[in-house]
Design a protein around this ligand. Structure first.
Ligand SMILES: NC(=O)c1ccc[n+]([C@@H]2O[C@H](COP(=O)([O-])OP(=O)(O)OC[C@H]3O[C@@H](n4cnc5c(N)ncnc54)[C@H](OP(=O)(O)O)[C@@H]3O)[C@@H](O)[C@H]2O)c1
Length: 292
């Protein structure tokens, strides 16, 4: 059966927001949601969207799931280290199924980023798309403000915000902003194949500013404690994080210190037709959710 849209990673936070955004203008039956776990199906079916089953590690499942799809949003896998191969499997399946357009969620300035861990697989996937013959666009998403906001409660408990981003500025935007941009690219007149969107928040913050805002919202003194990459990784390991996650977060912060999460590109606010969500608002929603 034909489908105008298929969103992979639909059980995830980003995918759910893209579907929500698409539903504002498109009919539910024109939107497909790809999930790998049957238990993720019910909530999506309740929205009336078409649920298809598929796993990035199972080429045959994707080949069937992509059948008749005109516009595919390939949301990058959360399985860091395994995902370049997973994305290749998805791209091959899209070619075999004759998908008309693929948008892929990459990372800000993937090819020039000072971050070393996260961009690697995105660059491999961007190259795979370019070599595939598919019509495609790359959504190079900057940092979700939520990434830092989620740690704010811990910072309050610890009495300090630890990080290795130095005085680096982070052009964060809300996950919802990036999701609306993805929906805008999918639903509109298609961009020229190979278009790369550098997507970032309108306003940047340093971790010292972030800590000051945590202090203001919590009423407690939560200073920013600047560690180097190795020190931050040790602190994360000490807090019980698994080694690959600690290494990735420390590397990303060190990259941020070198400007890797900063951008003056305004493509994100242009695509969504409004300013990006203020990082303070995202922080407040996480730290004081009942404040409205
Ligand atoms: N820009 C940023 O700051 C930032 C931050 C975090 C993540 N990201 C990237 O953006 C993506 C979307 O973010 P998110 O917040 O929505 O992450 P998320 O909530 O962890 O969602 C990840 C999605 O990928 C799916 N997935 C993972 N492995 C899969 C596989 N083998 N086959 C099919 N689907 C698979 C997950 O399915 P299940 O529900 O079955 O696990 C889930 O739907 C992440 O996966 C990550 O690559 C970006």
């Amino acid at each position: 059966m034909g489908l105008n849209y298929l969103v992979t990673g639909a059980s995830g936070q980003f995918g759910a927001l893209v579907i929500e955004a698409l539903l504002k203008t498109e009919t539910p039956e024109s939107i497909g949601a790809l999930v790998r776990r049957p238990e993720a199906t019910a909530a999506l079916e309740a929205q009336g969207v078409v649920v298809r089953q598929g796993d990035y590690t199972d080429a045959a499942s994707l080949r069937v799931a992509f059948d008749g799809v005109e516009r595919l949003l390939l949301i990058s896998s959360s399985e860091v280290g395994a995902r370049a191969a997973q994305h290749q499997t998805a791209i091959d399946a899209a070619v075999a199924a004759g998908v008309g357009f693929v948008a892929y969620t990459s990372i800000l300035r993937a090819t020039e980023s000072p971050l070393t861990i996260l961009p690697e697989e995105h660059v491999v996937t961007e190259r795979a798309l370019a070599a595939s013959g598919l019509r495609y666009a790359v959504l190079r998403n900057g940092w979700y403000s939520e990434n830092y906001a989620m740690g704010a409660g811990t910072a309050v408990d610890l009495g300090a915000l630890y990080g290795a981003a130095g005085a680096g500025r982070v052009s964060g935007a809300a996950r919802r902003d990036y999701a609306e941009a993805a929906a805008a690219v999918l639903r509109g007149d298609l961009p020229e194949s190979g278009t790369v969107y550098e997507l970032a928040g309108d306003e940047a913050f340093t971790l010292a500013e972030f800590a000051a805002e945590i202090s203001a919202l919590s009423g407690k003194d939560v200073p920013y404690v600047a560690l180097d990459e190795a020190g931050y990784k040790e602190a994360l390991l000490g807090a019980g994080l698994p080694e690959p996650l600690a290494a990735m977060l420390a590397d990303s912060d060190r990259g941020a210190a070198e400007g890797g999460l900063y951008s003056e590109d305004r493509s994100l606010s242009r695509l969504i037709g409004r300013p990006t969500t203020d990082w303070r608002e995202t922080l407040r929603a996480v730290l004081v959710p009942d404040a409205g």
